[in-house]
Design a protein around this ligand. Sequence first.
Ligand code: NCD
Length: 394
Amino acid sequence: MKRDLVTIEDLSDAALVGLMDLADDLQRDLHAHARELSGFLMGSLFLEPSTRTRLSFEAAMARLGGRVITSSDPQTSSAVKGETLADTVRIVDSYVDLTVLRHPHAGAARWAARHARGPVVNAGDGSHEHPTQTLCDLYALRRERGRLKGLFVALYGDLRYGRTTHSLARALVRTGASFLAVAEDDLELPGFVVHDLLRHPDYGVRHVVLDDLEEVFHRNDVRALLVGPTDQLPAGGDDAHAPVSFPLRGHTIDAIYVTRLQQERGASTARGLPILDHRFLRSDPFQETVVLHPLPRVTEIAPEVDQDPRAAYFRQAALGVPIRMALLMWASGHYDLPLDEHPAAPPRPVDGFRCVATRCIAGQDGEGVPQEIGVREHDVPRCLWCESEARTET
Ligand code: NCD
């Protein structure tokens, strides 16, 4: 089977650990692996802006002795002439051994993988997922904190349109960490992610209100989603959606993962959450916090924090190279990882529904992407491309 990476769910728990272990080996001397993938050719097809992801993939391939061809400016690709993604991918795939794709539409990587003979790696598909950023995030967390199991992480910012937190939330519950998703009401984690979290045995989700940190948040009613082992969650009331009070004082947040407002995907600029600055990090729960960010940072972390030893985002970005080297060794077939012994059952296909998400690959004129809707136990029907909730066909 070809080794596509479309969502973080494509990698088993053991594979996540295996990739980080391999990255540790590679990281010891980045210059020592220049023959691993010699003769191998990677195509970077980036139809949306990128600095870190593309360059760290290309650096990773170069460090392994492979070569790269790139199309990184959507304005100079044939997409502007009206070529479909499927056709572009067929062509790139016929030139290279592996394709790394970034695309503005959710589900684009899955669609591309259907048309490629070689592996396709998702480098970000709209506001859906960004699995290789999650590999980098987990790896940075593990290196900064020495472990993942039992960590308490805060996800902070635009959790709705930011794709990195979608993949990260899915992965954190599989590594034994707990997290608090802190966002304004219209920027919270989307339903497809929350539903996924609920599928994990022994894990639960609580709506909470953070009511004791006025000096941090300038108010006492910040709502959050608390996700963790069921026996560690505060008791909920009869109404599963009514938030329960969750005093943060007395808890230690091991890491805060900050994201920028994704204005290009429709996030409103009326942002209510405060900027992370010295004052924020002085408060009790954040004293020991490692600060992570997928970058680019805009205004959500004050530049004064950069000098703080807890600011780990530049160290995190640098780890994008060894972890992507590890991923490329696996995806190219040069390194094996343990497969999932008990993969989740795929969603059951259902008729009579359609995806109405405007930024889904299935809704793009001319792409010819079929409507494919599926349902999992205890969930609503979802689009198999972008995972948003499907509507009944009228
Ligand atoms: C992120 C992305 O593209 O989703 N950037 C990245 O790959 N490091 C985050 C963002 O753009 O905000």
